[in-house]
Ligand binder design. Structure first.
Ligand SMILES: Cc1cc2nc3c(=O)[nH]c(=O)nc-3n(C[C@H](O)[C@H](O)[C@H](O)COP(=O)(O)O)c2cc1C
Length: 373
């Protein structure tokens, strides 16, 4: 029997559009490097998702690129052409068959793409500023190209709808193209897509509008649209908490179904931009109020970690690494076996955990990334 203390994790959640999640636990988006060269999903990848889709209320997939020049990782599955709809459908069906909502994360890597993964090695961004020393100098997108990428986010949304996904998450986080436009580090433009804080928001907001337009045209109200962002950048110039709170206000006016704060630790505190000693997620959640639900994430491993996070008032939490380490996390709590939850990767259990080789190798080759490695 479940310990009563954990009951809040298992309350259903109803979005403003009426869609209900069976509980408050979401699988965080995680790239797995395991798709085919042609951009289709592999059997191994499908099995990996099936293994993790039974307990949680919603699965957010690895990011998929909306254009060929947006591909950010080897073994990333593609969402940039109608040819990919059957592959996307396989993924959506596998997740939904296990009882979870399926959300496709849509993305463009911008200046972070490896040149060898994109046509002609043409790495593009808001401006020609590399993200660091030794990184490729991107080519500044023309304003026509910017508008075209905005439309491509809408096109991939249409494909997600045709493939049977329950929603999309716009990946505006982790330093990729959408964030690059919002960033005063990456974006030095002086046209309608850059300059002031307002103009740096123009691309993220245009992407939201393009996605919402596709939903209005091809889906009904039950289709979920979330938006993920990173609250701060370490560089100066760079995104500050104050910038992010302004973006959050603008996003809150867009009738999104949820906002997702991308941080590695749920309890991480602001670097700069606000005088506040609470965590970034708490500050953002307070600012948003009841305009749109906020999803928290970051280093949640135990049932108690999850409850403590929910007590801040965020309606749901996402788990990334922990669901790779223990795919039965939710079921164990539900059955009163939370003491059996594994919180360090068991390096002998790849088969039992159903993790494809490329992801398994990436994890093992990055000491410190996963507990136990
Ligand atoms: C293997 C791996 C791949 C990831 N890929 C993505 C991704 O495709 N999109 C994304 O928004 N975040 C990605 N992330 C970040 C996670 O969604 C999450 O924010 C982060 O791991 C912190 O949560 P956790 O402590 O529960 O793992 C990835 C993280 C990991 C560990």
């Amino acid at each position: 029997m479940m310990n009563k203390k954990y009951a809040p994790l298992f309350e259903s959640y109803r979005f403003q559009n009426g869609v209900e999640l069976k509980n408050r636990v979401v699988m965080a988006p995680m790239t797995n490097f395991s798709s085919n060269e042609d951009g289709t999903v592999t059997d191994e990848e499908i099995h990996y998702y099936e293994r993790r889709s039974e307990g949680v209320g919603m699965v957010i997939t690895a990011c998929t690129n909306v254009t060929a020049n947006g591909k950010g990782f080897p073994g990333e599955f593609a969402g940039d052409s109608d040819d990919m709809i059957p592959s996307l459908r396989r993924l959506a069906s596998a997740i939904k068959a296990k009882g979870s909502k399926a959300i496709l994360q849509i993305f463009h890597g911008g200046r972070e793409v490896p040149p060898e993964l994109v046509p002609n090695g043409d790495v593009v961004s808001a401006s020609d500023i590399p993200s660091g020393e030794g990184k490729p100098v991107p080519r500044e997108l023309t304003s026509e190209e910017v508008s075209s990428i905005v439309r491509d986010f809408g096109e991939t949304t249409r494909r997600a709808i045709e493939a049977g996904f329950d929603g999309v998450e716009i990946h505006g986080a982790n330093g990729y193209l959408i964030q690059q436009f919002f960033s005063p580090h990456a974006n030095r433009r002086e046209d309608q897509w850059g300059g002031s804080l307002e103009k740096r928001m123009a691309f993220p907001l245009a992407v939201v509008d393009s996605v919402k337009k596709a939903v209005a045209e091809y889906a009904d109200d039950s289709f979920i649209v979330g938006y993920r962002f990173s609250p701060e950048e370490p560089e100066t110039p760079g995104i500050t908490m104050a910038d992010t709170l302004a973006l959050v206000d603008a996003l809150s006016a867009k009738k999104l179904d949820y906002l997702h704060v991308s941080v590695m630790d749920f309890w991480s505190e602001p670097r700069r931009g606000v005088e506040d000693t609470r965590s970034r997620i708490e500050i953002i959640n307070e600012r948003v109020g009841d305009r749109v639900p906020v999803m928290g994430v970051g280093s949640i491993y135990t049932a108690d970690d999850a409850i403590k996070a929910l007590e801040t008032g965020v309606p749901f939490i996402a788990l990334g690494r922990e669901l790779i380490i223990d795919p039965d996390w939710v079921q164990k709590i539900e059955q009163g076996k939370e003491s059996e939850i594994v919180t360090k990767l068991d390096k002998k259990k790849q088969d039992e955990l159903v993790v494809p080789d490329p992801l398994w190798n990436a994890v093992l080759n990055a000491p410190g990334w996963f507990p136990g490695v």
